[in-house]
Write a protein that binds this ligand. Structure first.
Ligand code: GCO
Length: 261
């Protein structure tokens, strides 16, 4: 198949680009790292637990992905600055940033402590600000950059017991649009990836709940949980030159959930 510079096939190729994916030692983050790597990107995975990151490197490298790991806390401003500088000094430029780190705590809103509120907001929202602010100067200098924020179906809908998470994901959707407005003039594209319900370590308690899974199957037009590899194509698209004129948008990968009552 011949591919010219603007052919759709060539435009999905990430060869020559390096991607940092935060919160990628497992779950959606690791799946996104695998997808970007298999599309040609060199990937840098991140988390707070070095041992979990070392374990995550095994499947990536077994799949032929050029992968490195940097263990640091994306909610710690000094650590973010230090480690982004180390990555760029030791490995090279960062062309793609996936702000994926996040947690979900579940209980009724009145039962959350202020500390738990801040814990969710710091990891799900503020980390995207801190890491993007550290990475974007290089993108501005090079006049090229891709930022993908892992939002959620909860960027649009609430569900009982998930108020801080829902608020953080709604805010992350709007931060994505704000990034677009501030940085598009530097040829930086910032978009949101909105997973529906996927089988991950974070959702395992829900997967194990027969009643919840029955609700989910009825609520989702596709009638099932998503599998994390099914997010890869959307991430590769948003990270690639195929999406150079896509900016400030949300791409939902949710089996049709956000299209239905
Ligand atoms: C929940 C789930 C959701 C999913 C995901 C959906 O408790 O409802 O954890 O929040 O994690 O965010 O996109």
């Amino acid at each position: 198949m011949t591919t010219s510079a603007h052919s759709p096939a060539a435009s999905f190729d990430l060869t020559g680009r390096r991607a940092l994916i935060t919160g990628s030692s497992q779950g959606i983050g690791l799946a996104l790292a695998m997808a970007l790597g298999q599309a040609g990107a060199k990937v840098v995975i991140n988390g707070r637990d070095a041992a979990k990151l070392d374990a995550a490197l095994v499947p990536l490298r077994a799949a032929g992905v050029d992968a490195e790991r940097f263990a640091f806390d994306v909610t710690d401003e000094a650590s973010v600055k230090e480690n982004v500088a180390r990555i760029e000094a030791e490995l090279g430029d960062l062309h793609i940033l996936v702000n994926n780190a996040g947690i979900n705590l579940r209980r009724s809103l009145e039962d959350f402590s202020l500390a738990e509120w801040h814990q969710v907001m710091d990891l799900n929202l503020t980390s995207a600000f801190l890491v993007s602010r550290a990475v974007v100067p290089g993108m501005i200098r090079r006049r090229q950059g891709k930022i993908i924020n892992t939002c959620s179906i909860m960027s649009e809908f609430g569900r009982a017991t998930t108020a801080p998470y829902t608020a953080s994901k709604g805010a992350l959707k709007m931060l994505t649009k704000a990034m677009c407005v501030d940085w598009a003039r530097h040829n930086i594209q910032a978009n949101g990836l909105g997973p529906g319900y996927f089988r991950t370590e974070m959702t395992q308690p829900l997967v194990d709940n027969v009643e919840f899974t029955r609700w989910l199957q009825n609520r989702t037009p596709s009638g099932r949980w998503g599998e994390v590899h099914e997010l890869g194509g959307a991430a590769v698209f948003l990270a690639s030159s195929a999406a150079d004129f896509v900016n400030g948008q949300m791409l939902y990968v949710d089996g049709g959930m956000s299209a239905s009552l």
